[in-house]
Design a protein around this ligand. Sequence first.
Ligand SMILES: [Zn+2]
Ligand SMILES: [Zn+2]
Length: 344
Amino acid sequence: MNGFCVECGIDTDQLVNGMCMTCFLKDRTLLTLPDHVDLFTCTSCGQFLRRGEYQSMAPEKAISLAAKHAVVPIKEAKIIESTTSIEPRDTYNYLVNVNCKLSIGDFETDAVASTIVRVKNTVCKICSRRTGNYYESILQIRTSEKELSARLQDEVLKKVEDFVDDAATTNPNAFITKMEIVPGGVDVYLSMIAIGRELCKLLGDFYCAELDESSKLVGQTRDGIEMYRVSYLVRLPEFHVGDIVRYGKKYYLLTRVSSSGGKIKSLNNFADMTIRRPNMPELKVYAKSSELEEADVISQSDNEIQIMDPRNYSTIDLLVPRNENIGDTVKFVRIDGIPYYVPQ
Ligand SMILES: [Zn+2]
Ligand SMILES: [Zn+2]
């Protein structure tokens, strides 16, 4: 041992700034904590602002962390661990004692400091956007028919809502600002451009819809970045699976629709055919699936059935695919007065 304390002269090698620990700690304030610490909470979602970000946590934890975060030890010391005790003064003010375990060189000591945590009401950015009708993109869902049927509208909006709900689990910025019924469709206002873009693709693929987009400059951010609002148009086709369609000059049953195109089945020879997506708009609906006629089956042979015409109870012969499973009734469609069997 060759060290000694410059204050009391004791022989020791455990010196801090030339002093033994007893002399160093004497009358020394080891922690500083401001008289008060402000803690911001969003009155709308109840989240607390912590390190520049709103986070969801219990009020006691937020108050405790706010005080702990504001504690500064002297430069010779390091906080090893800290605990808090909270005494409410009223709804918005809390006296918080922060007890710290400190290390100074090889030495450990305890210290306590206290502050008033003041809870301040505010509205977080996301909540202010929600309440302020904020939107960055509009998904314009339109039909090629006279009007969007209630059934299709419900189906599409369910897809939109499910998608946004799913996105919101990882991104609180994702939300639907509002929905508006407009002639021929519905407009969905969305909080993010990316959500609009992804939904446009999703609906386009699912329905084999025609898509379009346009953007409009709406202003600048404070740091000079141009802000755009993007409109995504999804024009839902008139055709749906199960409809009788005309393609070229022939008639088909539409059996499948996907992102790559569609599948149709000839009503003449029941041969299947695929249509690429760019050619899908050439499909013209001749009869909707709901408009098909239904008839009782009287008899059945190899590739032919006899049905009873529901209009005049006469017998009609219909060509059917070989090995087709025929039930008691079948669907058929008349094209230029000639009935055709419609496969299930
Ligand atoms: Zn000393
Ligand atoms: Zn909020």
